[in-house]
Each structure stands twice: as C-alpha cells, then as structure tokens.
Design a protein around this ligand. Structure first.
Ligand code: IFM
Length: 458
C-alpha cells in the first residue's frame, strides 16, 4: 500500500441527515415536512416507503454514538429537523430541541465533534403550503429557526452548516419534481435558488450575532461537468450552462458576492433577477469559515435529445444527457470517478477566494450480502472510499486546504426517491430488527481514521 498520510488534525467523520435516519416522525411535537407529504403520494418513492422507521436513530442515537466512538470517528455530521424545532415553521418546540441537546451531549461525552447542518431538505410542510422556497418569506422563517437552534445549542456546538446541497432543494424539488415538494415549475426553482441562498446568508448573520466565535459554512454538491464531445459547440454550451446551474450559481454569490452574468442571462426568461433585491448579495456573501464539498461522480453532458426524460431539473435545458461510459458504476448507476474529486477541489481552490474545505459527503451505494460468517465484506464500497481518499490526498499535495472527510453514510438509510433500496452505509441496518452490523468498509475506515493514513484493505 502506498504511503498516504493525511495532515495532522485532519478530521475523520461520518454523515447522516435527519429525515434519512431518525424515524419517530410523529413524536415529541414534530409535524410534517415536505418529505412526509411527498412520500404519501403514490409513485414518488420506490417501494412507497417513507421516513419511518428509517434507522430509528431518534431512539437509538446513544448506541450509534457509542459505535462511532468505537470506530474512532472524531466528528459526526447530522442534520437538525426544522419541523421538530419549529413544527409547522411556527413556535419553538422545546421537546424537539431537547433531542438534539441529548444527541450533542452524547457526542461530546464520546469526544466526537458535533457538526450539525440546519437544513437537509425537510422544510415544514406548512411553509410549503404558502409557497415554500419560492416564497421569499421562507428565508426569514429559516433565520428564525436558526436563531432558536443556536440559542439552544450554541453552548455545545462550535461548527454550523446552514444548508446541504441547495441545488437539490431548488432544482430537483421545484423544477424536476423528483424530490419534495415535487413541483415542476422552473420559475419557482430559480426563485428557490435565490431564497435558499438568502436564507443561508440570514442564518449566517443570526449565528454570528448569537455566537461570535462559531464557525459557519455551507455544503454544496459539486461535479465536473464535461461535454461528451469537446469539439461540439452545442455540447460545450450545455456543459457551460449546467456547470453554471450546478456550481457557479451558488459559488459566485457566496464567495464573490455576485451571480454569474451568463447564467443570469440564461435564466432571465424564468424571471430570476426579479428576486434579487438590493442588499441581498451582501447578506449572501458574508464571509464563511469553511465550505463543505459533497462529491459522488462526474457528469458527461450532451446537447443531443435523449428522448422523453420528463421535466428537466436543468432550467432552460431540456436535452442534457448523461450517457453511460466504460466505467464501473454504483448501485445508483453513478460512474466511479475518483479523479473528479481532485478536479472539484482544485477548481474551488483555484477559482475562488481560499477558504478551508471539508469533504462533507462521499460514498457509494452497493448491494450488500452477508457472507456465511455473518459479515458484510463490501469490497466495492471500501475500494470506492479508498480511491476517493487517494484523490483527496492528491488535492492536498497540490496545495488545497482540505481539512476533513465525512463518509456518506454512517448508516444505511432512506435514500430519498429511491426509498430504502439503496444502501450507502458503512454500517448495515436491518430495517426489521434495527440491528446494526459494521461492514468491512467501517472496519477499514476506522483504521484509516485512527492511523490518519490510508491503510491496506484487508
Ligand atoms: O443521500 C444523499 C444525501 O442526502 C445528500 N447527498 C447525496 C446522498 C446520496 O444520494
């Protein structure tokens, strides 16, 4: 095995999200999120499943935290459920906050740093009923929710992430319709982009006012977007547009204080700039302490129509396609492209003002089988993580200020529109018994975390 050692203090963690693992969706005052409502609609989620019981993390968090400690993890990235803390987006619910206090206390007792994300897609359904993220007011409601959460947990939490992957919330949720709330309204999607960013900026200010020494960041999902035919002007233009919609429409306002001009122009037919009010970009571009990068694969795009693919999440681009190439694929159908992680990290490093980076998600769904001995030897997943850690290390050697890695996911969980069919966990969850079984990837990752170095897969 090559000698790949990570910088001293590199943070090794694992990630989950509230709706994907907690279960207990109707206890202690929690009310519906957009995902509870979306799952009830026939045909939206594979198997017709929902966030119940998920991995029952709400009731089993003590066991899960102890397991993380055994694995030697030093940080846990989880999300806080808005509909627990402010059910229906309204009054503060102490019982909801108390759950997160217990979780955070347990983490601290095990010397695991809590890394909460305030929004991982579970908008209170009542707020959706008055427009959701297409409504500017939702950004202010988010700041209220952030204020209540920071007031309750600020004495125990020092690192806050405002949002996870706003691209998914805006484009999959409001244009593609394949995530909650299932809308296929491009105009609403572009409004949502701006309001999610505004919500991030308002919450950042709220957190800093309440807790001046807090570290604040946001997590984006990033992919190299590559034209299938690099000599075809149509493919090149689709790649430009999609890169703009995937990456630059978030990175530029956050880190440069302006939206990319070409994308603003592309989105004019959908009324984008009408949502941007004086002063908004100053709020959105408040300095950050870190940026979270979620990476899974590369996207190859073409301007050639690929049949009736349904409503496009790519506003204004109907015919982008992602043809399969000659590469291994995961159970999600995603190509395994570790080099793309190096590309993404270098891109942020080179094109934007420098700030500490963390890989806040990376991992893979594969089918897992118990061997005769009752173990799960998930060689594919272990190899996936190893190859991506190598790619991350290459970026560090090239000068990228990468400070940590969170594998997705600690536990098998509810994979959104895919239901429970796809397993990303390094720990297997039997959804009938809720028995947890660390897979080979967990045992291997534990050694990596303890050694702060890549170790041989065995
Ligand atoms: O499960 C999701 C997670 O909620 C957000 N990032 C991508 C993961 C895998 O699809």
């Amino acid at each position: 095995m090559e000698n790949i050692v990570f910088p001293q203090g590199f943070l090794w963690g694992a990630a989950t999200a509230a709706f994907q693992v907690e279960g207990a969706t109707d206890v202690d005052g929690r009310t519906d999120s957009i995902w509870d409502e979306f799952c009830r609609q026939p045909g939206k989620v594979v198997g017709g499943d929902c966030g119940e019981p998920a991995a029952d993390h709400y009731r089993r968090f003590e066991q899960d935290v102890a397991m993380m400690a055994d694995l030697g993890l030093k940080a846990y990235r989880f999300s806080i459920a808005w509909p627990r803390v402010r059910p229906d987006g309204g009054k503060v619910n102490q019982a909801g906050l108390d759950f997160y206090k217990r979780l955070v206390d347990s983490l601290l007792a095990h010397d695991i740093a809590p890394w909460p994300t305030l929004y991982h897609w579970d908008l209170p359904q009542k707020l959706e009923e008055v427009g959701g993220w297409a409504n500017r007011d939702t950004a202010f409601r988010f700041a209220d929710y952030a204020a209540a959460t920071v007031e309750a947990l600020g004495d125990r939490v020092s690192t806050w992430t405002t949002m996870n992957e706003p691209w998914c919330s805006a484009f999959l949720g409001y244009a593609g319709g394949i995530h909650a709330p299932g809308r296929t309204e491009p105009e609403a999607a572009v409004a949502a982009v701006h309001h999610l960013l505004l919500a991030h900026g308002l919450a950042t200010d709220t957190i800093r006012s309440a807790q001046p020494d807090a570290k604040v960041g946001i997590t984006l999902n990033m992919y190299p977007i590559i034209p299938v035919n690099p000599d075809d002007p149509g493919d090149i233009d689709v790649a430009r547009r999609l890169d703009g919609l995937q990456q630059r429409i978030f990175l530029d306002p956050l880190l440069r204080g302006e939206y990319p001009a070409d994308i603003v122009e592309d989105l004019e037919p959908f009324g984008f700039s009408a949502h941007v009010k004086p002063g908004d970009l100053d709020i959105i571009s408040a300095p950050l302490d870190m940026l979270g990068v979620n990476y899974y694969t590369e996207h190859y795009v073409s301007s050639t129509p690929d049949g009736d693919a349904g409503p496009s999440p790519w506003v204004g681009v109907q015919h982008a396609s992602f043809p399969p190439r000659d590469a291994p694929i995961t159970d999600m159908g995603w190509e395994v492209r570790p080099d793309g992680l190096t590309t993404v990290l270098l891109r942020v490093h080179n094109d934007y003002p420098r700030l500490p980076l963390y890989i806040t998600e990376n991992g893979a769904a594969f089918r897992d089988d118990f061997s005769g001995t009752g173990a799960i030897d998930d060689v594919d997943r272990t190899g996936f993580i190893a190859s991506h850690l190598r790619a991350a290390h290459t970026a560090i050697e090239a000068g990228v200020d990468l400070r940590g890695y969170f594998c997705w996911s600690l536990l098998d969980n509810f994979e959104w529109a895919e239901g429970y069919a796809k397993r990303f966990g390094i720990v297997h969850v039997d959804y009938d018994t809720q028995i947890r079984t660390p897979k080979m990837s967990a045992r291997w990752y534990s050694r990596v975390a303890k050694d702060n170095a890549l170790v041989a897969v065995s």
